[in-house]
Design a protein around this ligand. Structure first.
Ligand SMILES: Nc1ncnc2c1ncn2[C@@H]1O[C@H](COP(=O)(O)OP(=O)(O)OP(=O)(O)O)[C@@H](O)[C@H]1O
Length: 580
């Protein structure tokens, strides 16, 4: 219920539109309801007494009421659609804002596929439910109640037929609405599965091709797709049975009305027009009941969606500013880790174990170690992509958590292991690093990242457009641009997480040279798999199984650290270190 309350808050700015829509629907329904009565009068008074003037008068009244009904109906549709669309747009915007502030663990908790499904299909379900509620929810019950009242007032002789037909209709509709609610709930879950599979496949299309797993993926997708088809057909069948069944009940009602009506007309106690009006009202009652049940079904389907949307909106962001965050003019870049431990899941295995080291401003810190030893995790702690579980991290002797997050990250140039670029021009991607940067700054950063040559070769230079995921660049080109984006920030702390793995060794040397000269006051952390990338570091951290097992310069470690020696020996054997 809390979720529904929260979601309904989004309706507040459009409350007048949301009131106007159903009000106009009342106009349409009123006009619909008086039509059969006008017709009854035309037959029983106008035609029966051969009164042409009366017939024409009533005919005009019928046309006018139909036109007024039309205006009401169109107005209701316009206002309801407007309300529902704005309502959904605002929810999507709030969801996007919330997700933008998500920490990495917040995002991992939901998973990308689910987040996309919630932002699209769940919001759409809410939009549809609101639209139908505004348009039809008023119409259905009004038609139903209005018709019953009119029949009671004008065709009381046939009212007993209603007393049998209406309860039977209500039972049928109740049963089918409940059943289809369950069915459509299952359809929504199947849509989730299809979306997740689709998203996974699109993101990993190259891997799928490279591993020749197309057929396997197609089989998996076919499975979830067939499941969706099966569930949708079953749900649609339930809805499809409802209509003929209610028509059957109505037809039985019509037969009964004609039967008893004919007897009463014969007795002279009933007029023919009353029977015709009664039949019309019977159909209206059925329509009213069916459309109300359709809305109820949509609302029932929207409840789980409201819960899922609310779950995102109510997520407490686990990495936030403290109450009075510190803003500094300048960060010098001294980084200290003091007994830092961390695990990704609360009770899971520790990925960082009791990490302690100090980096002075301008230091070059190299980090090397076995796969999965925690190197990336360690550097992710510095811009607070994750928060430590135990111990503390300091920058310029101030605890990390005391800094204003935005200010902290503005002073850090971070290049993650996977060079993520955005669709748009190269220029826009570089401006991501520094909004205010001029073209000369961009070329300087590109120079430092050994990227100028390839960018200048492109037809549009800085305006060259990158596709989604920058798939129109090579892996090495992507890495260089990601590096340039970090350089352009002119950060106090630079973090490169294995970002030169796809860069040739000459370019890598140039990049190292540029860092040493242009960024000599910047504290630089380089995570590397090759010793050659960090051989000149002031301090190298050797990691194994989440712990620092060696710390020192290249020469010191070669002399006294077994793990480092092993890495060195393996790379020398392969010619990796000697060739540099
Ligand atoms: N988002 C995450 N959620 C849960 N576990 C994670 C997550 N990221 C990494 N891990 C786990 O944490 C451990 C350390 O990972 P990390 O990426 O820090 O290692 P690494 O030393 O950088 O590895 P590599 O050299 O292969 O890049 C691994 O066991 C990994 O499975």
């Amino acid at each position: 219920m809390q979720a529904v309350k929260r979601i309904l808050q989004f309706l507040k700015p459009y409350k007048w539109l949301a009131i106007l829509g159903p009000l106009l629907m009342v106009v349409e329904v009123t006009m619909d309801l008086i039509q059969p009565t006008i017709m009854q009068h035309i037959i029983d008074t106008g035609i029966a007494n051969q009164d042409h003037t009366y017939v024409v008068k009533m005919g005009i009244l019928m046309i006018v009421s139909a036109l007024v009904g039309l205006i009401g109906g169109v107005g209701c549709s316009i206002f309801s659609a407007k309300t529902a669309v704005h309502f959904a747009t605002d929810i999507r915007k709030d969801l996007f804002d919330t997700i933008s502030y998500f920490s990495s663990s917040n995002r991992d908790e939901f998973g990308t596929g689910k987040l996309i499904t919630i932002m699209t299909s769940d919001v759409e379900a809410l939009q549809r439910a609101l639209m139908m509620t505004l348009k039809i929810f008023v119409r259905g019950p009004l038609l139903f109640v209005g018709s019953i009242v009119i029949v009671f007032m004008t065709a009381r002789q046939l009212f007993p037929v209603l007393l049998i037909v209406v309860p039977v209709l209500i039972i049928c509709i109740y049963f089918f609405t409940k059943l289809s609610g369950t069915m459509f709930g299952k359809v929504q879950l199947a849509i989730d599965a299809v979306n997740t599979k689709l998203q996974e496949n699109l993101a990993g299309i190259r891997v799928i091709k490279a591993f020749n797993r197309k057929r396997h993926q197609i089989e998996q997708f076919t499975d979830v797709n067939n499941q969706l088809t099966k569930r949708t057909i079953t749900a649609d069948q339930v809805v499809a049975v409802l209509m003929p069944l209610t028509m059957f009940v109505i037809n039985m009602g019509i037969i009964a009305a004609l039967w008893f009506g004919a007897i009463k007309v014969d007795n002279g106690t009933l007029q023919v027009g009353v029977i015709l009006a009664f039949i019309n009202y019977l159909t209206i009652i059925m329509n009213g009941l069916i459309s109300s049940s359709m809305v109820l079904m949509q609302i029932a389907r929207a409840f789980p969606s409201a819960n899922r949307v609310h779950k995102i909106l109510a997520t407490s962001i686990d990495i936030q500013n403290t109450e009075k965050p510190i803003q500094l003019e300048e960060v010098r870049g001294a980084v200290t880790f003091r007994n830092v431990s961390f695990s990704y899941s609360k009770n899971g295995e520790q990925v960082l174990k009791n990490i302690s080291f100090t980096a002075h401003p301008g230091d070059f810190i190299g980090i090397i170690g076995t796969t999965g030893s925690g190197k990336s995790t360690l550097v992710k702690m510095i811009p607070r992509l994750f928060d430590v579980d135990q111990g503390q991290i300091f920058i310029d002797d101030i605890p990390l958590k005391h800094y204003d997050l935005e200010m902290l990250r503005e002073n850090i140039g971070f290049t993650p292991q996977k060079a993520t670029l955005f669709s748009g021009s190269i220029k826009e991607n570089l401006q991501y690093g520094n909004q205010k940067s001029l073209e000369k700054d961009m070329y300087k950063a590109l120079d430092a990242a050994s990227a100028t040559e390839f960018v200048e070769k492109l037809k549009d230079d800085l305006q060259h457009n990158l596709t989604q995921g920058a798939t129109n660049l090579s892996g090495g080109q992507r890495q260089r641009l990601a590096l340039a984006r970090a350089f352009i920030r002119k950060p106090s702390i630079l973090i490169l997480d294995d970002t030169t793995s796809a860069v040739d060794s000459i370019s890598e040397k140039n990049i190292q040279q540029a860092i040493a000269t242009d960024y000599q006051n910047t504290t630089t952390f380089i995570v590397a798999s090759k010793i050659s990338s960090i051989i000149n570091a002031n301090k190298i951290l050797v990691m194994e199984d989440g712990a620092i097992v060696g710390m020192g310069t290249h020469e010191e470690l070669l002399e006294n650290n077994k793990v480092y020696q092993e890495i060195y020996d393996t790379q020398v054997e392969k010619g990796g270190v000697l060739s540099e």
